[in-house]
Design a protein around this ligand. Structure first.
Ligand code: ADP
Ligand code: MG
Length: 685
């Protein structure tokens, strides 16, 4: 394309080491860097009196120091502290391993300090604040500074500096958006938008830049969806599946009856499978509504017809769980169909064996992670592909799937509570089925939101539940202790918990563990050998251990509501009464209000809509719904109106020029191609 494809190492100050760190963030070219948008912005406001500081907020304070800074050593850390006094109160300021600050922080000097306010040892404290002179602060006041997602060894300042350099050196892009649309919706010019999403002068400018880029995200996505729809609609299928009596028999022998909603959805799927056209269907159902059994029955229909079916999960833990459960089911009911598991962490040899079984059709049902649709995997008669909880299963992936063999039937299963009007737009290439009912043996989860003072009671409660034969999860936001972020971490927490409950078998799980270890821990937990699992959000999606009845979420204030709802969905999956204990360590009013929504309801749709009301459309600074679809900036809930508008415009555009052949649409066409190309590439990461 253009020079923006040059590697990031061509920038000044970025050598091999820093280059590698950028790669960790998914940034390898100048273009990637330009598209590495800030996560948040820091606005420098006027300093506030100490008495008005709110815990957990980030702000500025100013004043003259009464004493020199004091330096202490604690284990390997040098701690430097000063206190700032004004007529309204006293604030403690702390820095770690920065002894040189002693020269700056002398009695009688005036400074402005900027940072996050926390409570430490019952004292109002600012940790690692930035330090400014009066003049220095004047210069940054009222500007907005980008805050980027960072990685160990690559801090915000370094990223911002690289971005600024990239903006200086970049090749300007020609704007691909038809000018009529730009005029109609008052959209910022593309190059301007990219510059100002990184360095906006003020909120207004930020919103202007963001609107353009959100418009683009929706626009390209929907163009791709529409193209898919055109390609797929009313396509004759090579796989006309005869409904199998074995499946019907199995359904009748299950330990539970399908709910009415499950029956209805299964019917819709059976109708599609046997109907002669290629099925493209979204199955939407709240956490715990029982999507998996529907998938299993559909896969078996296909297998009994001498074809192959594949089930794809977003994580290895989940893929393995599906594999184990389905193996057991086949064994219990004496079903002769053969399963095979394909995951990223298998050895090359194991993979090879699996691939051979798939190619030779020794395997009827293939379960795995996205490794399943990579080119190396050759199927014999792939008639059905099901994806489970693949929120990021983008259009590129959807298209690629369709190209595997002779267009298999496709089912996409999701627990994301998207309102129907939005689902129709976002999944425009799919028909929609909804499981809108939970199995009748479920008791509603009992919730509570409490502060950390409640912990002792919570442990006693977990102790009792375990004594009754049940199991529990404890969720912490962090893997290990961090100097910068005050939040519970899995490693320290599980140690403490083992001391508190020495008679209970407790283990931990987090994303940095090797796949093998993770699998082993999950298996032991599923088998009931581990009673309490301390985990990060790696267990967020899909994990099903119906015997677990308590989930205790530490630092609940740090999670988005959608994520909390998913986490809570790990319990209440069986006949036992289940409990969700949310520990709120935040001090802001908003946090309590948000958590109250969850406290009140277990219904994903209700939660999503209340969350939206609380945040309001256009609120871009709140906690985002976690990684919905493949959008970087857009939030399908708060940007719902723009999404609808863009959808209408895309329809109009394609009515006028469905192949994008017009001269004035050539740049757009190119852009769409590179958008899809990128989506494919992501698959092979
Ligand atoms: P999700 O929709 O979140 O993927 P699952 O498919 O994992 O939910 O189902 C959750 C649990 O409910 C599983 O243990 C499953 O065996 C059970 N289950 C599914 N359908 C029913 C039903 N009709 N009656 C009772 N239990 C069911
Ligand atoms: Mg599931």
């Amino acid at each position: 394309m253009n020079d923006n494809q040059t590697p990031i190492r061509s920038l000044k100050g970025i050598g091999e080491k820093t280059g590698k760190l950028f790669e960790k963030l998914g940034v390898s070219t100048v273009e990637d860097l330009l598209c590495y948008y800030p996560r948040a912005y820091h606005a420098y406001e006027d300093p506030v009196p100490v008495g008005e500081l709110k815990i957990d907020s980030t702000c500025a304070v100013a004043g003259v120091l009464q004493r020199d800074a004091c330096v202490k050593r604690f284990q390997h850390i040098q701690i430097i502290t000063v206190s700032l006094k004004d007529e309204t109160g006293t604030l403690q300021l702390v820095w770690y391993n920065m002894p040189f600050l002693r020269n700056t922080l002398q009695a009688g000097t005036y400074h402005v300090f900027c940072g996050k306010v926390v409570k430490k040892n019952n004292r109002l404290t600012m940790e690692q604040p930035e330090i400014y002179t009066r003049e220095g602060y004047q210069a940054v006041r009222k500007t907005m500074q980008p805050v980027y997602g960072q990685t160990k060894g690559l801090g915000n300042k370094a990223i911002a500096k690289a971005v600024a350099q990239a903006l200086d050196l970049r090749q300007m892009e020609r704007d691909f958006m038809p000018s009529a649309l730009r005029a109609k919706y008052e959209l910022a010019e593309l190059n301007f938008a990219i510059e100002h999403i990184h360095f906006p002068a003020n909120k207004q400018e930020l919103l202007f830049a963001r609107k353009r880029l959100v418009f683009d995200e929706f626009f390209l996505f929907l163009l791709a969806v529409r193209r898919l729809k055109e390609k797929r609609e009313n396509q004759n299928s090579s796989w006309v599946i005869k409904l199998s009596v074995e499946v019907k028999r199995l359904k009748e022998r299950l330990p539970f009856r399908l709910t009415k909603a499950q029956e209805k959805v299964l019917n819709e799927i059976e109708w599609d499978l046997s109907g002669g056209l290629v099925m493209n269907r979204l199955v939407q159902g709240d956490v715990g509504s029982g999507k998996t059994i529907i998938a299993v029955l559909a896969l078996l229909h296909v297998a009994y017809n001498g074809c192959q079916g594949a089930l794809m999960a977003p994580t290895e833990v989940l893929a393995r769980q599906h594999y184990e459960k389905m193996s057991k089911l086949l064994e219990t009911y004496d079903i002769p169909q053969k399963l095979v598991l394909v995951t990223g962490s298998m050895t090359a040899k194991e993979k090879k064996t699996a691939y051979e079984k798939i190619k030779s059709h020794e395997a009827d049902i293939i379960i795995g992670t996205h490794a399943l649709i990579q080119e190396k995997v050759v199927y014999d008669k792939l008639a059905l592909v099901i994806t489970d909880e693949q929120h990021r299963f983008g259009v590129g992936q959807r298209e690629l799937l369709g190209n595997k063999g002779q267009r298999p039937h496709v089912i996409v299963m999701s627990a994301t509570p998207i309102p129907r009007t939005l689902a129709i737009i976002l999944y425009g290439d799919l028909d929609i089925s909804v499981i809108d009912e939970l199995p009748s043996n479920r008791l509603p989860i009992k919730n509570c939101v409490v502060d950390s003072g409640f912990r002792k009671k919570a442990y006693d409660f977990i102790d009792k539940q375990v004594a009754m034969g049940r199991q529990a999860y404890v969720i912490c936001p962090m893997v290990e202790a961090s100097e910068m972020i005050e939040a519970e971490n899995v490693l320290d927490y599980s140690k403490t918990l083992k001391e508190m409950l020495p008679h209970i078998s407790i283990s931990y799980l987090h994303g940095k563990m090797k796949a093998k270890e993770k699998n082993q821990i999950m298996e032991q937990f599923a088998a009931g050998e581990i009673k309490v699992l301390v985990s990060t959000t790696v267990i967020e999606v899909g994990v099903d251990v119906p015997n677990a009845t308590v989930i205790m979420i530490e630092n609940a204030e740090r999670f988005g509501l959608a994520q909390l709802h998913q986490l809570r969905g790990r319990v209440g999956r069986g006949e036992h009464q289940s409990y969700c204990i949310m520990i709120n360590c935040g001090d802001q009013d908003g946090t309590q209000k948000r958590l109250d929504i969850l406290n009140r309801s277990n219904d994903g749709f209700y939660i999503a809509s209340e969350d939206l009301k609380l945040r309001g459309p256009g609120d871009i600074f709140g906690l985002r719904q976690s990684g919905e679809m493949e959008f970087q900036l857009a939030d399908i809930f708060t940007d719902a109106n723009l999404l609808k508008t863009v959808s209408e415009e895309v329809n109009l555009l394609l009515e006028e020029d469905c192949e994008l052949e017009k001269e004035s649409h050539q740049e757009l066409k190119q852009r769409l191609d590179s958008y899809l190309q990128k989506s494919y590439e992501k698959l092979n990461l």
